[in-house]
Write a protein that binds this ligand. Structure first.
Ligand code: HEM
Ligand code: CA
Length: 296
């Protein structure tokens, strides 16, 4: 029931306003494109694409921002708040934060050289957020292929979608605390690659926990299929990345995306549309938030 033309009459400048703000933010800091893509993923997997992730925790409200996968990790909230202010200035209480997030994710991928797609629109914003659902529905970096497959299947996403969407790790950075076990304990990792990462990610937990490494060392700020060629050479940064190419049922899809940028692009854009369709609130459900960080 979402539609690409949803704001054509109610807010014809919505999409161009979002695009120019995203382009500015990404030109200023390329990693921001990665952060905005991830934010949309973390929104959609938790009670659908409803901007639940944007609601700030307060003294009396426990939302998703303090959940384990998000805390001290998700970034880009200020950019979204700023885009919302600009969109409110052109169309008062018309464009949802959930739609802004979906469009910003697409514009981020495009700004970093990736493929474009038509974003379906008309999502409305939640009036609630769930820490416990964030902790049960979002995958963790230590997950194996069967865990990942199960969590994606819960959202009606198949293994091809899992592999394609994991290609989002062609951009952005991860903290040492999320890849430490992989670079010290796993054997399915290129040893030169592991040693070089160990230099900035000490073995002892608590030391260097927040030190960053690129998820795709070959081209961290370009959206391309290098993530998959990395996996074929056992240079996945997270345990969960390398699980996609570890002798299992996803190997052939990884090989296909590694050898064909266009195969990856079409699978990624199709999977982004599917992910963007997870349980949207429409019609009179939810609300159009005025400020993305709090309910009206
Ligand atoms: C398949 C299961 C997935 C797992 C286990 C996973 C896990 C992670 C982890 C642990 C990080 C690093 C966070 C940090 O260090 O603070 C990360 C970063 C990132 N993830 Fe995923 N992720 C998954 C799927 C996805 C999907 C589906 C997308 C988008 C389509 C995505 C996009 C990103 C991006 C772009 C970053 C970098 C963010 C930045 O630099 O700010 N991930 N992911
Ligand atoms: Ca959500």
């Amino acid at each position: 029931q979402l539609s690409s033309t949803f704001y054509d009459t109610s807010c014809p400048n919505a999409l161009s306003t979002i695009k120019s703000a995203v382009t500015t933010a990404v030109n200023n800091e390329p990693r921001m494109g990665a952060s905005l893509l991830r934010m949309h993923f973390h929104d959609c997997f938790v009670d659908g694409c409803d901007a639940s992730v944007l609601l700030n925790d307060t003294a009396t409200f426990t939302g998703e921002q303090g959940a384990i996968p998000n805390k001290n990790s998700l970034r880009g909230f200020t950019v979204i708040d700023n885009i919302k202010t600009q969109v409110e200035a052109v169309c008062n209480q018309t464009v949802s934060c959930a739609d802004i997030l979906a469009v910003a994710a697409r514009d981020s991928v495009v700004a970093l050289g990736g493929p474009s797609w038509t974003v379906l629109l008309g999502r409305r914003d939640s009036t609630n957020a769930s820490k416990s659902n964030a902790e049960s529905d979002l995958p963790g970096p230590n997950f194996d292929l069967s865990n990942l497959t199960q969590l994606f299947a819960n959202k009606n996403l198949n293994v091809t979608d899992l592999v394609a969407l994991s290609g989002g790790h062609t951009i952005g950075q991860a903290q040492c605390r999320f890849f430490r076990d992989h670079i010290y304990n796993d054997t399915n990792i290129n040893s030169t690659f592991a040693s070089s990462l160990q230099g900035s990610c000490p073995r002892a937990s608590g030391s260097g926990d927040a030190n960053l490494a690129p998820l795709d060392a070959a081209s961290p700020t370009t959206f391309n299929n290098d993530y998959f060629t990395n996996l074929v050479s056992q240079k996945g940064l997270l345990h969960s990345d390398q699980e996609l190419f570890n002798g299992g049922s996803a190997d052939s899809t990884v090989r296909s995306f590694a050898s064909s940028a266009s195969a990856f692009s079409s699978a990624f854009t199709a999977a982004m549309v599917k992910m963007g369709n997870i349980s949207p609130k429409t019609g009179s459900q939810g609300q159009i938030r005025i400020s993305c960080s709090k309910v009206n």
